[in-house]
Ligand binder design. Structure first.
Ligand code: PGA
Length: 251
């Protein structure tokens, strides 16, 4: 297994003026071994330009939370890959369940974003995950397979991307998937990757997200196919996020 990746997702929280001090606090109060763990924070796009230099000098990968697949044009309210690259940002989330649920983002949209990222050397963290109803009716694997099918069929052996498994019922609810439940789906995702990439599938990071907290992260990270975490609520406080980075750094 390679390095862990601990990624924060601020969603629509914090002010731009708080972004720099957050990065400073994280890096000054917590040290991590960069050979063991990568750290990323996905901030609202209004924050990125302000925080990019501090993040870079602190060893934090700054990520966008979304982008558009076209380079430019009449898409009011959207941000493009060239805009992010101009700032020095090379990571982004795509297909978060909140984008799918509240902004009607489809699998096709996520695929267009994915292709645009790969073509421009932006590392996408592609989110997938089932609803409570899908889990309870035994449709978890079918759903994950259908969300990832076109993504996986479009990858080449050297593609740089990350997958985040985030069961919708666990996001922001305090209900984390058990270590075993998460591992089971991660192993399934790994098998889908293996069908396309063979042994290289083990190099693709699969993050778990959904109510990850300082007191449950260690057990999740110890599972074979869990390569890191995507943390929402518990990433907002740099002390709580930093303690999770520290836990990963010691494993
Ligand atoms: P949560 O969010 O940690 O607050 O559950 C995770 C996410 O949506 O990325």
């Amino acid at each position: 297994m390679g390095k862990y990746l601990i990624a924060g997702n601020w969603k629509m929280n914090h002010l731009p003026s708080q972004a720099v001090s957050y990065c400073q606090t994280l890096s000054s109060e917590f040290s991590w071994n960069p050979d063991v763990v990568d750290v990323a924070v996905a901030m609202p796009s209004t924050h990125l330009a302000l925080a990019v230099e501090t993040a870079k000098s602190s060893g934090i990968h700054l990520a966008a939370q979304n982008l558009h697949w076209e380079e430019k044009g009449a898409f009011t309210g959207e941000i493009s890959i060239p805009m992010l690259k101009d700032l020095g940002i090379s990571w982004t989330l795509i297909g978060h369940s909140e984008r799918r649920q509240y902004f009607a983002e489809s699998d096709e949209d996520v695929l267009s974003k994915f292709k645009a990222c790969l073509a421009s050397n932006i590392i996408p963290i592609v989110c997938c995950g089932e609803s409570k109803e899908q889990r309870e009716s035994g449709k978890t694997e079918d759903h994950i397979r259908s969300q990832l099918k076109n993504i996986i069929s479009n990858i080449e052996a050297d593609a740089k991307f990350i997958i985040a498994y985030e069961p919708i019922w666990a996001i922001g609810t305090g209900l984390t998937a058990s270590n075993e439940q998460a591992q089971e789906v991660h192993a399934f995702i790994r098998s889908l990757l293996k069908d396309k990439l063979g042994e290289k599938a083990k190099d693709i990071k699969i993050l778990y997200g959904g109510s990850v907290k300082p007191d449950n992260i260690e057990g999740l990270l110890k599972e074979n196919d869990i390569d890191g975490a995507l943390v929402g609520g518990a990433s907002l406080d740099p002390s709580s996020f930093g303690s999770m980075v520290k836990t990963a750094s010691k494993l």
